[in-house]
Design a protein around this ligand. Structure first.
Ligand SMILES: Cc1cc2nc3c(=O)[nH]c(=O)nc-3n(C[C@H](O)[C@H](O)[C@H](O)COP(=O)(O)O)c2cc1C
Length: 331
């Protein structure tokens, strides 16, 4: 069985090992969302130290989907030169690159997104004070176009792949969740309807980048809420994401966020959920959550629970984590 140090190829993209740096927002940009030297240094340090796949932090496709004022943007052509420098830096440092495209939906503040936050319905996200304004069907069509243009920019900038953010209570996961989506049009109600907008986004992104470009989806596979998305329903949805054009699933939480309190302290806290999703799809799956120990990470792959392991906060703390982990496993 392969382990953490072994390469993996998906959709024609070869990763030199199975260590992933998951997207982690830095808030290094100015209010216009541009790349600067701090981004280059941050990603270079970790890519040079043997991360296999570097997923660049969430970047907004439209300013009305910003989560924070200093978030990275990908909403304008003028940002492409900076994004190109970032993709070049990661490649030259030896890692494969992905950039995460996002719209925060209701998971923001009016201060950050410049007006009342937008969402599927007027339901405030857990932990947020402001209820969103429901998006019209016309606005949804506009947002699909925003994702398409953002995907084109990511490819033009030279990223090796793209990740669509469908987790953590951001817009796409708000549509999928029965807790936040109370619509009675064709975008709400049945599971098929709640998945319609994410599938439209995936189709537009796929059109923008062509049939051979690797597409990842960060899938919030449970909300951990009584009226929210359950893992059981997520297992039905996952194959539909793949059928819609996704080549790799990066499994995380839904409306519960990326670091639910009730799972704190468990090593690999989303790995069981990722393994469950993996058993119903035929694409590679990333597992994440509280992983700091190389032997654990290696074991999750050898036991075929997941195909890749993402290590977030441990890589923030120690840019050399991947190199040290490989050395430790090589013994
Ligand atoms: C500072 C910080 C920023 C994050 N930003 C993002 C993000 O932009 N997109 C995303 O999908 N997840 C984000 N996450 C979640 C991480 O990708 C990851 O799933 C989470 O930290 C759990 O992994 P870990 O326990 O190895 O840190 C962020 C996490 C942290 C700590």
């Amino acid at each position: 069985m392969p382990g953490l140090a072994d390469p993996l190829t998906f959709k024609g993209l070869t990763l030199k090992n199975r260590i992933v740096m998951p997207p982690m927002a830095n808030d290094f940009s100015g209010p216009d969302g541009e790349v600067n030297d701090r981004h280059l240094e941050h990603y270079r340090a970790r890519a040079e130290a043997e991360v296999g796949l570097m997923i660049v932090e969430h970047s907004y496709v439209n300013p009305n989907g910003k989560m924070t004022v200093k978030q990275l943007g990908i909403h304008e052509d003028g940002l492409v030169p900076g994004l190109t420098r970032l993709a070049d830096t990661i490649r030259e440092a030896g890692a494969a690159s992905t950039i995460q495209l996002t719209h925060a939906g209701a998971n923001t503040t009016s201060e950050a997104c410049g007006g009342q936050p937008l969402g599927p319905s007027d339901v405030a996200m857990p932990g947020r004070k402001e209820a969103p304004r429901p998006l019209t069907e016309e606005e949804l069509a506009g947002l699909v176009e925003d994702y398409r243009q953002a995907a084109r920019r990511a490819k033009e900038a030279g990223f090796d792949s793209i990740e669509i953010h469908g987790a953590h209570g951001f817009l796409l996961s708000e549509f999928v969740s029965p807790f936040s989506n109370r619509r009675d049009d064709e975008y709400g109600g049945s599971g098929e309807n709640r998945l319609r907008f994410p599938l439209e986004v995936i189709a537009a992104v796929r059109e923008a980048v062509g049939p051979d470009f690797p597409l990842l989806y960060r899938f919030g596979a449970s909300d951990f809420l009584e009226d929210g998305l359950s893992l059981e329903e997520a297992r039905q949805i996952a194959p539909l994401l793949v059928a819609g054009g996704i080549d790799l699933l990066d499994v995380s939480g839904g409306l519960c966020g990326s670091r639910p309190e009730q799972l704190a302290g468990i090593k690999g806290y989303f790995v069981p959920m990722a393994a469950s999703i993996r058993s119903v799809v035929n694409v590679p799956v990333i597992g994440v959550g509280g992983i700091t120990d190389p032997a654990f990470a290696d074991g999750f792959i050898r036991e075929e629970k997941v195909d890749l392991v993402a290590v977030g906060r441990a890589l923030l703390k120690n840019p050399g984590w991947a190199r040290e982990a490989l050395a430790e496993l090589a013994g």
